[in-house]
Design a binder for this molecule. Sequence first.
Ligand SMILES: NC(=O)c1ccc[n+]([C@@H]2O[C@H](COP(=O)([O-])OP(=O)(O)OC[C@H]3O[C@@H](n4cnc5c(N)ncnc54)[C@H](OP(=O)(O)O)[C@@H]3O)[C@@H](O)[C@H]2O)c1
Length: 239
Amino acid sequence: MSIENKTIIVTGGGSGIGLGIAQRFDQEGANVTICGRTESKLKDAVATMSERAAYKVVDVSDEESVKEFIQSFESIDVLCTCAGGGWFGPVESVPMSDVRRLLDTRFYGQFMCVHYAVPLMKKGSNIIFCSGIADKKGLPLFSAGNAIDGALNAVAKGLAVELADRDIRVNAVSPGLIQTNISNNLTQEQMMEFGALTIAQIPMKRPGQPSEVAQAAYFLATSTYVNGQIVEVDGGWTA
Ligand SMILES: NC(=O)c1ccc[n+]([C@@H]2O[C@H](COP(=O)([O-])OP(=O)(O)OC[C@H]3O[C@@H](n4cnc5c(N)ncnc54)[C@H](OP(=O)(O)O)[C@@H]3O)[C@@H](O)[C@H]2O)c1
């Protein structure tokens, strides 16, 4: 299946993994719209793509914002939900408000986009969640992230079965350690330390690049018989 001229939404497409995926879909000829909360970031991101690329300022944790954005499309061929971030720290010190905010963005934010997009998706369209490998590895100091990754993977599988008779496929890309400026609560120094400790556990001994997650997302977007799969892009971390 080609994605040329297809209507594709990438949430969180202003940076990191979402941007890598948006750029790849754009290179393949799709009409890509990215969203995020920071207009300057979205503008810079769109400037790296073709003239077909567009952006919209949307907060995926805000239902009205999501509804208005998604319903502005006549139809959607691929929805790829990457908006999110992370929080690291001991379970006893994570502020509960931060846990809720993380769930609002990374879980409900992805779920709400799907909720409003499915009625606009025709036969042959597909959804790609962006989860993560943390539910498989049991990452310490990442308790809410572990739960969110597992929840997203479970939703992807359930929806794959639920929507199969409408010929809407649902899969997830599940990144390991990817080199981005992911927004989180760690200092630069702590991030470097976390990266070094993590890389030591990864068989390929390096972080992945957003373009490498994009390769997997492109595979999922175009593989017409791949449904309900969680594709780990992690250098063998979960092998
Ligand atoms: N990097 C990794 O190693 C890794 C591994 C596994 C999973 N992940 C997951 O992959 C996703 C992308 O991560 P990344 O590394 O690419 O980080 P990133 O560069 O921080 O990308 C996240 C994007 O989401 C947007 N965003 C955040 N909150 C939002 C909201 N409420 N509404 C709309 N947009 C929002 C951000 O833009 P604004 O702040 O401007 O809104 C940003 O462009 C995240 O969910 C992350 O948890 C990352």
